[in-house]
Design a protein around this ligand. Structure first.
Ligand code: G3P
Ligand code: CA
Length: 331
């Protein structure tokens, strides 16, 4: 395939290394990103959250209790707290309560050691990466390979952080410009569950293709630009909702079950019309998340009776690819 930096040049279906290669290395570490790239992912995913002093770092959540060694660090014991983030209560330690210098003293570890015991071999090996560090890593890898590395970057809880005075988009726009990734053809996707985050990036002149994530929630707690904007996933996945999305994004990132629903026995049923309707609205479709652990995979793809046995993830890929999706987030 070509390499103009346009998403239209990517192989289809595009494999997006979710949190790097989080099935094989602790998520959102340079080791995880490197493993994904070395093993054939077309695009590498980052989730962004801020530090107290406004630096963007790569973590799936601002709650870093499970993905770092913070709980075993006596000097940070008093930072433990309870917060409600987008309607969900969390008790632990949060990136926005640490300066970057403090955060960099922590070491990353596996989030689900019971499921991914093999990843604990790498506990303590890497720091929490800054987004800028990842941009530099991607440039260096691109130079080595003679082909620029594609990134798929998510703004996490953007309204929550804006209200806390730590708006993500301005900082993100600045870094993307600095590293030549703010253009339409700059090997970069941007994604968010919040339409207003993607709309804000558009207003800031960031032209990268944008992907609106869609989950299984029926109500959405964050800010909307206009009172008439669709509020529920059910509204967003109608042809009218998809047309609205196409006004500010080039794609959607739906939960897998919105593509193929499961019945009460967890078996796959018939695909919905979402892929076809999205394509009719000019939107590409990058669903999430394909994982080979049994607990995350539809029953159809589980194999054997060992609860830790890998399922038939390749069969799962084929089934989803047959629906016409353009790409997939995979661990
Ligand atoms: O960004 C795609 C997928 O990562 C969305 O779900 O919760 O894993 O960030 P989540
Ligand atoms: Ca994500």
């Amino acid at each position: 395939h070509g390499d103009s930096g346009s998403y239209k040049d990517l192989p289809v279906p595009t494999v997006v290394g979710h949190r790097g290669a989080s099935g094989y290395r602790p998520e959102h570490t340079l080791g995880s990103y490197q493993f994904a790239l070395d093993n054939g992912a077309d695009v590498i995913e980052q989730d962004l959250v801020p530090t107290k002093d406004g630096h963007l770092v790569c973590r799936h959540e601002n709650d870093i209790t499970g993905t770092t060694d913070v709980a075993s660090r006596p000097e940070f014991a008093s930072r433990k707290t309870t917060k409600t983030v987008d309607g969900e209560a969390h008790t632990g330690w949060f990136t926005e309560d640490f300066t970057l210098a403090e955060l960099r003293t922590l070491r990353a570890k596996e989030r689900i050691p019971g499921t991914r015991g093999h990843n604990t071999l790498y506990d303590g090996r890497w720091q929490v990466p800054t987004f800028e560090e990842v941009l530099k890593w991607a440039d260096e890898q691109g130079r080595k390979r003679g082909r620029r590395v594609w990134l798929h970057i998510e703004t996490k809880h953007p309204t929550y952080f804006r209200k806390a005075g730590l708006g993500l988009e301005e900082r993100l726009a600045k870094l993307l410009r600095r590293y030549g990734r703010s253009g339409r053809n700059s090997h970069t996707f941007l994604q968010s569950f919040e339409p207003s985050s993607l709309q804000r990036l558009n207003r800031l002149g960031v032209d990268c293709p944008k992907v609106l994530l869609l989950d299984d929630l029926t109500t959405r707690p964050w800010d909307f630009t206009e009172a008439k904007d669709p509020r529920t996933v059910a509204d967003l996945i109608t042809p009218k909702g998809l047309k609205w999305i196409s006004g500010f994004a080039q794609g959607i990132g739906p939960w897998l079950n919105l593509i193929i629903p499961r019945d009460k026995n967890d078996r796959l049923t018939k695909p919905t019309t979402l892929v076809r309707d999205s394509h009719a609205a000019g939107l590409i479709v990058h669903p999430y998340t394909m994982r080979n652990e049994n607990s995350f995979l539809p029953a159809d793809f589980r194999r054997g009776t060992d609860p830790n046995a890998y399922g038939d993830v390749f069969g799962a890929f084929k089934t989803y690819f047959a629906t016409g999706i353009d790409g997939i987030f995979s661990d």
